[in-house]
Ligand binder design. Structure first.
Ligand SMILES: Cc1cc2nc3c(=O)[nH]c(=O)nc-3n(C[C@H](O)[C@H](O)[C@H](O)COP(=O)(O)OP(=O)(O)OC[C@H]3O[C@@H](n4cnc5c(N)ncnc54)[C@H](O)[C@@H]3O)c2cc1C
Length: 381
């Protein structure tokens, strides 16, 4: 049995590693001309780390990442809104969240992939036959496999052309991310904080990701594609963060225009089918989510293990795809839904609405927080 994997992002690379662990052949292709060290930081949830432990790369990731003991949500005056004990999650469920540079993760995964990753291969179309699938690339080449995995991200061509079209939703927020050379105090490294501003999608956070770099992100409500030069963005971010408590203004002062990576935050309305014939979707291609729970990549990583397990345990791809979708869809749709709701409540504006929002978040009963943790981290594989 041979899989064709389209996309060598976190989802595609993790799928390659999971398939090879099951002894399933694959070829993996990506449109990017080469493996470039791109992106900012990433939080891998405890659930993703559990998968990586299974795949034999957990220890290597932990050695290159930073483990915050606590993750707080505070308002811009420093008032506590929510607290998640990452140490408790680790002790209770086996693994906690890890913070690292995306490029570090990508490099590590690339090294674990046994087959050569075929860069500069833009997938354009496919044909299904009785004995499998032929995928065609922009450079005129093609490849044959038994089935094809579309791990080609939120704008997936595989999904749009061969499974089902998606309805994109703009969350109303744009996000700037940056890697800043900086070493935080031990206290700040251990106690990460996401800080909510005075409405209008305003939020920011910074976390140590290795010995001398921090990952900073900032969101604000505005129409998609609002024009900003990078210099204007730095000035805008610094102005918005000036009233924030603690070191946030100092961190913002260290931003430089060339550090900024911008993304308008989209997801798409959950789709109810992830496969058609011999074509199956995985990661953002199947279920892009806004990053409010920090679970997009973590869900792609879970998909990878589940799909490879289903392929190994069933007699046909049809049965495997059906089981994979059935095992994953309700869980992922819940993540997408909660994440979307979080985006919406952080978009509220006006002093009264913000006070109400902060009060609601602060009053979330422990039982509800506990149930959320159980749902996200207590996964039986
Ligand atoms: C601002 C922001 C912050 C985030 N933070 C987090 C976080 O902290 N934790 C977390 O878990 N998630 C986070 N996410 C979500 C996470 O980035 C995604 O869910 C994850 O990257 C999805 O991985 P993927 O492999 O499915 O897709 P992608 O990473 O998009 O990879 C798709 C790959 O397919 C390739 N490709 C596309 N089209 C073609 C084609 N036609 N032919 C061949 N190749 C193709 C692309 O080049 C790319 O390499 C964040 C997202 C954003 C926007």
């Amino acid at each position: 049995m041979k899989a064709i994997i389209i996309g060598a992002g976190i989802g595609g690379l993790t799928t390659a590693i999971a398939l090879q662990q099951q002894g399933i052949d694959y070829e993996i292709f990506d449109a990017a001309p080469e493996c470039k060290a791109v992106g900012a930081g990433i939080m891998l949830g405890g659930n993703a780390m559990t998968v990586y432990e299974r795949l034999g790369v957990g220890k290597a990731i932990r050695q290159l990442a930073v483990f915050p003991q606590n993750i707080f949500v505070r308002n811009y005056k420093g008032k506590l809104l929510q607290h998640v004990s990452n140490a408790y999650i680790r002790d209770q469920y086996g693994q906690g969240a890890q913070m690292l540079h995306r490029a570090t993760l990508q490099q590590l995964l690339v090294e674990e992939v046994a087959e050569e990753i075929q860069w500069g291969k833009k997938f354009t179309s496919l044909q299904q036959h009785a004995d499998g699938v032929t995928a065609y690339f922009e450079d005129g080449t093609s490849v044959h496999g038994d089935f094809l995995i579309g791990a080609d991200g939120i704008k997936s061509i595989v999904r749009e052309m061969y499974v089902t079209p998606a309805q994109y939703r703009y969350s109303g927020q744009t996000c700037w991310r940056a890697i800043i050379p900086m070493t935080l105090s031990k206290e700040e490294q251990e106690n990460a904080a996401e800080v909510w501003g005075n409405g209008n999608g305003l939020r920011a956070s910074y976390n140590q990701i290795d010995g001398n770099r921090i990952y900073f992100w900032f969101t604000a409500r505005m129409p998609a594609n609002t024009p900003f030069t990078e210099e204007e963005a730095v000035t805008f971010i610094q102005r918005q963060l000036a009233p924030f408590y603690g070191n946030m203004p100092k961190v913002a002062a260290a931003l430089r225009p060339e550090m900024l990576i911008r993304a308008d935050l989209y997801d798409f309305k959950p789709i109810d089918t992830w496969y058609k014939g011999k074509v199956v979707l995985l990661g953002d291609a199947a279920h892009a989510t806004t990053p409010n729970l920090g679970q997009g990549a973590s869900q792609a990583i879970e998909d990878a293990l589940m799909l490879s397990n289903c392929l190994a345990q069933t007699k046909s791809t049809a049965e495997a795809f059906q089981q994979y979708q059935q095992s994953r869809i309700a869980r992922v749709q819940k993540v997408v839904g909660v994440s979307w709701q979080l985006a919406m409540i952080t978009n509220w504006k006006g002093a009264l609405a913000v006070a109400l929002r902060d009060c609601m978040v602060r009053m979330v009963p422990n039982k509800v927080t506990q149930q959320q943790m159980e749902f996200l981290y207590n996964v039986k594989w």
